[in-house]
Design a protein around this ligand. Structure first.
Ligand code: NAI
Length: 722
């Protein structure tokens, strides 16, 4: 890269008799600029004056072959400094506002003079010099200005209230000059230096002081003032051979009222205070237009969104918690609840480009959990008690999906406490969280029952009516049982979906909470159970999910095997989840409601045994779910299944007593005997082989009551999906 030069440029550096200003003057001169070395030559506190400081620097520059002239005016008379440049060099191109003093005192001890002097030199001085140079810059359509601010202003610093205020004032001054100068190619940027100088010799620790050479900052200032630098309005922090940029950011904020017709109360503000402060999703704003523009967009949301939707009875409070999610969140969740490419049909939970990519229904407990975490509802829930989340056990969960839920989007959740029960040792709080689309359509209901340890005895009712009830499992043996081992890192993975409670990852925290090792999230077990039930009864079609209720009984340790026992009664699947290794129930009283059943024999079953086995298993489920339908057919059917011409299995369909089982009829006589090959039986069940054709071609042999066999159609028809 060719050297960045300042030949024929005239550079004014204020306060260039020492410290940073001196380093700037030297660097500009070494790059060909004609430099005005301004310095009043006063003391650190703005006392006295002398020409020595400026003269010395001018001599140093000249000794190195550079061009410089001294100026001894105070910056407060900035016009005189600019005149020195014009008188000596006929123009001015760059102005570095650098002169500075300190009058440090603790706030109450700052006198008017301490205040005024600091403001005079820093703020008024920069104003005066810049105002004198600005018309010249404008005329020549070129100018570069530097303001010198300080971290003392940005962060505050004990004993520097006057200085902090003046330095932040310079940032405001630079902001507007950058705007007003832009059209005339006048740039104004801010340097925020940290350097060893007489201003900092008793402030910075000695070892750090030695590293902070002003010469390491000068190149940053020089580059900002070079004609090739196109930036304006920047705040650049620099020290010790490092530089970085500051920016103004603003949180997403929160609306404080539901519609423009309403006022704002102090309580409104308190309610959404955490949201106002939350910097997640904060935006960088670079102009007033941008700042007000984004505010107007937020207000539009209030008008069009919340108030309109209020009319259709939807989102009533604008302080609903906003939950944004995308395909990545959906996939991380699916992994957290054990979805795996090993499980047939689960690629669609894990791959965003899968044509049926979908979110597991239990993913949608997350907006409710986030809303509960963000809210201080517990503080107000139990009369006379202040409860916080650390005292809370998750007792029960209900989720119901009522609308379409895409794989990415935004949900606005509204939390309300339905009732609080006094259980003596604690309080049971029933919390409803309803979630809406941003337009206000209700899509999702969650209900959690949380137990607040130690918050009982407040005189409330012991039982309530608002909690969705758990159910008793059927007395018979489970219809289906599915097991899956969780991973040792299961909780580490699940927590990435938002529940970062250290109890699930930190061994010390687990011990403090009374567990030997970190435990799996109850909601992860909940998600596992739902996914496994959907695999069995919905062919992994999440759209068939309606609702699920479960009670958390005991914790699971990552690595243990979850065994889900399932009982189907019509479209309701009762279930119980336990740890296979210890036979401990972990989820009880539970059910999952489906819109309809979609059972498919798995490919594994098809390849490992007889195809007809899977079909008979399906028929068993159908008959169990609707025994009335089976009985309406009546009759006892014996199936002889053949393979390669040999009979390999017998099945009995006793529809008189609605029982289907392997082998010959027990204690009854078959009315009809059907003989068919395993392959043809599958084709028949799939609807690919017409029973009449099969009969005519001799593929299906029927003995006994043929008319009765025809009545089998509705039962077999239900298999048409197979
Ligand atoms: P310095 O004290 O070494 O240099 C400041 C120079 O300004 C002195 O030579 C002084 O005689 C001159 N000056 C004071 N009042 C003047 C006036 N009314 N008119 C003309 N010249 C005047 O200080 P240093 O550290 O080089 O500071 C330079 C600038 O950088 C100052 O604005 C300071 O506030 C700022 N700054 C410095 C930091 C540091 O770590 N050194 C930190 C943050 C800001």
């Amino acid at each position: 890269m060719s050297e960045l030069r300042f030949d024929d440029r005239v550079v004014v550096v204020t306060g260039a008799g020492a410290g940073l200003g001196r380093a700037y003057a030297h660097l500009f001169a070494s790059r060909g600029a004609k430099v005005v070395v301004n310095d009043l030559g006063g003391g650190r506190h703005g006392d006295g004056s002398s020409s020595k400081a400026a003269d010395t620097v001018v001599e140093e520059i000249k000794a190195k072959g550079g061009t410089a002239v001294a100026d001894y005016n105070s910056v407060v008379e900035g016009d005189k400094i600019i005149k020195t440049a014009l008188d000596n060099f006929g123009r001015v191109d760059v102005l570095i506002n650098n002169a500075g003093i300190l009058r440090d005192k603790s706030f109450t001890r700052i006198s008017d003079q301490d205040w005024d002097l600091v403001h005079q030199v820093h703020l008024k001085g920069s104003f005066k010099t810049t105002q004198a140079a600005f018309p010249i810059f404008k005329k020549q359509n070129y100018g570069r200005i530097i303001m010198t601010a300080s971290n003392s202003g940005i962060y505050g610093n004990f004993g520097q209230a006057n200085y902090s205020a003046a330095k932040m004032g310079l940032i405001g001054l630079a902001n507007t000059i950058a705007i007003e100068g832009k059209r005339s190619n006048i740039h104004c940027n801010v340097i925020i230096p940290t350097a060893a100088s007489r201003l900092t010799e008793d402030i910075l620790p000695p070892d750090i002081f030695a590293e902070l050479k002003p010469e390491l900052i000068a190149p940053v200032v020089a580059y900002l003032c070079h004609e090739s630098c196109e930036d304006t309005g920047l705040y650049i922090d620099s020290a010790a051979g490092w530089a970085g940029k500051y920016e103004i950011v603003r949180s997403k904020g929160s609306l404080l009222r539901k519609s423009k017709n309403e006022g704002v109360s102090v309580e409104n503000v308190k309610n959404v205070w955490e949201k106002i402060k939350n910097m997640e999703g904060a935006s960088r704003l670079s102009s007033i237009e941008e700042a007000t523009g984004s505010l107007l967009t937020a207000l539009e949301e209030m008008e069009g969104g919340a108030s309109e939707s209020k009319e259709n009875g939807a989102v009533e409070n604008v302080d609903g918690d906003v939950f944004k999610y995308n395909s990545r969140d959906v996939i991380i969740y699916a992994l957290g609840v054990g979805s795996s490419l090993k499980n047939e049909g689960e690629l669609k939970y894990l791959y965003e480009n899968h044509e049926e990519f979908m979110a597991l229904p239990s993913f949608f407990v997350l907006p409710a959990i986030q809303a509960m975490f963000m809210s201080d509802f517990l503080e107000r829930a139990v009369p006379g008690r202040t409860v916080n989340l650390s005292q809370v056990l998750h007792g029960e969960q209900y989720i119901e999906i009522v609308g379409d839920l895409p794989t990415e989007g935004t949900l606005v959740s509204k939390i309300s406490v339905a009732e609080v029960m006094d259980k003596g040792s604690g309080a049971a709080v029933v919390v409803n969280v309803d979630s809406y689309t941003p337009k206000g359509d209700l899509v999702l209901r969650n209900q959690s029952v949380v137990f607040c340890v130690g918050a009982g005895g407040f005189g409330g009712p012991r039982t309530g009516t608002k909690a969705i009830q758990c159910v008793k499992k059927p007395a018979r043996n489970p219809d289906k049982t599915v097991s899956q081992q969780t991973g040792v890192d299961q909780a580490a993975l699940y927590r990435l979906s938002g529940d970062l409670n250290p109890l699930h990852i930190d061994p010390n925290m687990a011990i403090m909470s009374g567990f030997k090792t970190p435990i799996l999230h109850g909601l992860a077990t909940f998600g596992y159970s739902i996914r496994m039930i959907l695999a069995v009864y919905a062919n992994n079609d999440c759209k068939l999910f309606k609702a699920c209720k479960a009670r958390f009984v005991k914790p699971v340790l990552p690595g243990q095997t979850l065994k889900v026992d399932m009982w189907r009664e019509s479209n309701r699947i009762y279930f119980e989840t336990s740890i296979a290794e210890t036979d401990t129930v972990v989820i009880g009283g539970a059910y999952l409601d489906l819109k309809s059943i979609n059972m498919q024999p798995s490919v594994n079953k098809l390849s490992s045994g007889l195809q007809s086995d899977a079909i008979f298993e399906f028929i068993i489920d159908q008959v169990k779910a609707d025994p009335g339908k089976a009985k309406s057919v009546g009759g006892v059917f014996l199936y002889n299944i053949t393979k390669d011409g040999k009979q390999v299995k017998q099945w009995t369909m006793d529809l008189k007593s609605a029982s289907v089982y392997e082998g010959a009829p027990k204690d009854v006589k078959a009315n009809t005997t059907l003989t068919i090959s395993d392959d043809d039986f599958l084709l028949l069940a799939q609807g690919k082989l017409n029973p009449q054709v099969a009969f005519m071609k001799g593929k299906l042999k029927i003995q006994g009551n043929i008319m009765l066999a025809q009545k089998l159609a509705p039962i077999l028809k239900a298999n048409s999906k197979l």
